[in-house]
Design a protein around this ligand. Structure first.
Ligand SMILES: NC(=O)c1ccc[n+]([C@@H]2O[C@H](COP(=O)([O-])OP(=O)(O)OC[C@H]3O[C@@H](n4cnc5c(N)ncnc54)[C@H](OP(=O)(O)O)[C@@H]3O)[C@@H](O)[C@H]2O)c1
Length: 331
């Protein structure tokens, strides 16, 4: 199972918003084939492992009866972007399947396991379950809480400011922190910002990384109808969902039926504080520089709105060149 988990891990930037899944097939305790869900919309891990075994041995499916399939997540029993994995497993003739965790997605949850058992397959569930859940933290969170995991990422001066009052643009943090932000973006299913940030900064907000990534979708909260697509960097790269609703709780609960399991919020103090005060943020990432913005700076937080008062606990902090990155989680 640990091998299957590590196979899955290699595709965490391309399988999203799907969970990462790894699978392998054993004969007499020796691995004869491996597979992973490599890209969103492509074959699931179990199918890739079965196809790899077929290619390798050129045998008919009937000869699979003495093989064991190990997969990190419950095989699906429905036709989505690909056919049901349970059918491929049953057709292969495999008679024993070991599963890391039941799939929390209500479309699958338990139905894949039931289908295998109904077809005379010996099924074991729960091997390394905690690791599989941790590996797919956003996916399990979404189905448990019926909304995506929300992280707010902010850059702050040493004196707690977000940007200059006079509107003149400046980088708050160092080049290395900004590179780190690119890798953080690559992990999320969507990036969300507000109208003022798009107006003031014209940001692109894609993940500019040197590895393959299924780019995060973009979400813009704005009800002024003045932001045009032409010449606006935010509208490049991928589709943008423009939301004119301003009730944040309503917006986030509407994502229950979306593909998003995780959203990274990159906005200014107005929107970030509105999310915090609505108790919607699960994680807060702060990149803090050593420089001061002084009286010309806009505060991130009002004095009594400290991060700790808002119910966050520091999980980790480390230096990135001249800056410090802090990761806070909701208690
Ligand atoms: N330091 C950093 O990490 C960082 C990051 C991003 C931005 N910034 C800076 O932040 C500045 C903009 O910040 P900001 O605080 O003025 O704006 P903001 O937080 O980026 O966006 C606020 C806008 O979001 C929209 N919105 C929709 N629903 C809302 C709600 N419930 N509550 C609040 N806003 C809602 C509105 O857009 P409409 O008015 O279009 O309807 C509102 O004007 C920029 O100058 C930028 O440079 C800094």
């Amino acid at each position: 199972m640990l091998r299957a988990i590590s196979l899955a891990d290699a595709y965490k930037y391309t399988a999203k918003p799907n969970p990462v899944v790894g699978a392998l097939i054993l004969k007499d305790e020796i691995i004869i084939s491996e597979g992973a869900h490599e890209r969103f919309g492509e074959n699931h891990a179990e199918i890739n492992a079965i196809e790899a075994a077929n290619k390798q041995f050129g045998k008919s499916f009937e000869s699979f009866a003495d093989l064991i399939l190990i997969c990190t997540l419950e095989p699906c029993n429905h036709s989505g972007k690909t056919g049901p994995c349970t059918k491929a497993i049953i057709d292969s003739g495999i008679k024993r399947v070991i599963i890391g965790s039941e799939d929390p997605n209500p479309i699958v949850a338990g139905k894949g396991i039931d289908k295998l058992i109904e077809n005379g397959i010996n099924v074991e569930v729960g091997l390394c379950k905690n690791l599989v859940e941790r590996q797919n933290k956003f996916f399990f969170f979404k189905h448990k809480n019926k909304r995506p995991y929300l992280t707010a990422k902010i850059a702050s001066s040493a004196d707690g400011k977000s940007h200059k009052k006079d509107g003149s643009s400046t980088w708050i943090t160092c080049e290395e922190s900004r590179q780190d932000v690119q890798r953080v973006r690559a992990k999320y299913d969507a990036i969300l910002t507000g109208g003022n940030t798009v107006r003031d900064d014209n940001p692109r907000m894609n993940a500019r990384v040197n590895f393959e990534v299924n780019q995060p979708k973009k979400i813009l909260l704005s009800n002024k109808h003045d932001l045009k697509k032409t010449g606006n960097n935010f509208f490049k790269d991928t589709e943008v969902q423009v939301i004119t609703e301003t009730n944040l709780k309503k917006i986030i609960s509407s994502f229950q039926d979306s593909e998003y399991c995780s959203i990274l919020i990159e906005a200014g103090p107005k929107l970030v504080n509105a999310f915090l005060l609505n108790d919607l943020i699960d994680e807060l990432i702060i990149y803090q520089s050593q420089d001061l913005l002084g009286l010309n700076g806009v505060d991130w937080f009002k004095k009594d709105n400290t991060i700790e008062n808002l119910g966050f606990k520091l999980e980790s902090s480390y230096k990135i060149k001249t800056d410090t990155k802090y990761i806070y989680k909701k208690c």
